[in-house]
Design a protein around this ligand. Structure first.
Ligand code: ATP
Length: 238
């Protein structure tokens, strides 16, 4: 459904993505894994139209999205949960979540709000709290709720586990599985190879702005290079 085709991205004169092609099928969970600074966030930003590629195409259901206005992607069913829980810290949880429905008429936004709270009931007791006062994990939950307000068919998640405790990682992981189980495709990025690929239908390994490997989650976990470099598994010496 979503395809990035041969994307190049520059920040000023510096090129950070080279010929990146990534595909997300209907209802798939897809991971972009790579070390610090390899360009994972930039891939998601380019997909969402937050960073303009210098060449290549972003295509959703056969429709070219490059150069379309900022509201087209949410209306076509794309949404993003940004890194580091970019909430408005002084606004209430309810207000933060409702902002995710900006592209929808208000009656629909209220229906989405109810749907989101049914999916994430643990948010309900905190609706009137100031977002900035919540724990990191709770803030991540609110950021996910905000992303879901657009009723996306494909949800992009930028480092959803960043800075979370192991217990919260498990919780967010379970929520991603549940959202995906509702038929929402998810494209997310993450530095931890085991976590990324174990939970994904397919994965991509990004190094220095290039896709160097792709395959099913299982294939990625079993790949000797992934094992050696990212999982720290040593091959037996004969
Ligand atoms: N706004 C910007 N201006 C200039 N360079 C940038 C900007 N954002 C990112 N970069 C550079 O682009 C490269 C890719 O960054 P990006 O954030 O996409 O990588 P990443 O794999 O997501 O890294 P991290 O895991 O640290 O978030 C890095 O070298 C980074 O320094």
């Amino acid at each position: 459904m979503l395809r990035l085709e041969n994307i190049d991205v520059h920040y000023g004169a510096t090129q950070v993505l080279w010929d990146v092609s990534i595909e997300v099928g209907e209802g798939e969970m897809v991971a972009v894994m790579g070390p610090n600074g390899s360009g994972k966030s930039t891939v998601l930003k380019a997909a969402m139209g937050l960073k303009k590629p210098s060449s290549g195409r972003v295509v959703l259901d056969g429709e070219e999205l490059q150069g379309r206005s900022a509201t087209v992607r949410p209306r076509r069913g794309m949404s993003i949960v940004l890194e580091r829980r970019r909430l408005f810290p002084r606004m209430s949880v309810r207000e933060n979540i409702m902002l995710g429905g900006y592209a929808r008429p208000s009656a629909e936004a209220h229906r989405s709000f109810d749907w989101v709270l049914d999916l994430l009931p643990e948010i309900r007791p905190h609706l009137d709290a100031t977002a900035g006062k919540l724990s990191g994990g709770q803030q991540q939950m609110v950021a996910i709720a905000r992303g879901l307000m657009a009723r996306p068919r494909v949800l992009l998640m930028d480092e959803p586990f960043l800075g979370l405790s192991p217990a919260m990682v498990k919780n967010v992981f379970a929520i991603m599985k549940m959202i995906n189980g509702e038929g929402v495709a998810i494209l997310f990025n993450e530095q931890n190879a085991k976590l990324s690929f174990a939970m994904s239908h397919r994965g991509y390994l990004l190094e220095s702005g290039r896709v160097v490997l792709s395959g099913s989650g299982e294939e990625m976990l079993e790949h000797p290079e992934v094992k050696r470099v990212y999982l720290g598994v040593r091959e037996a010496v004969s």
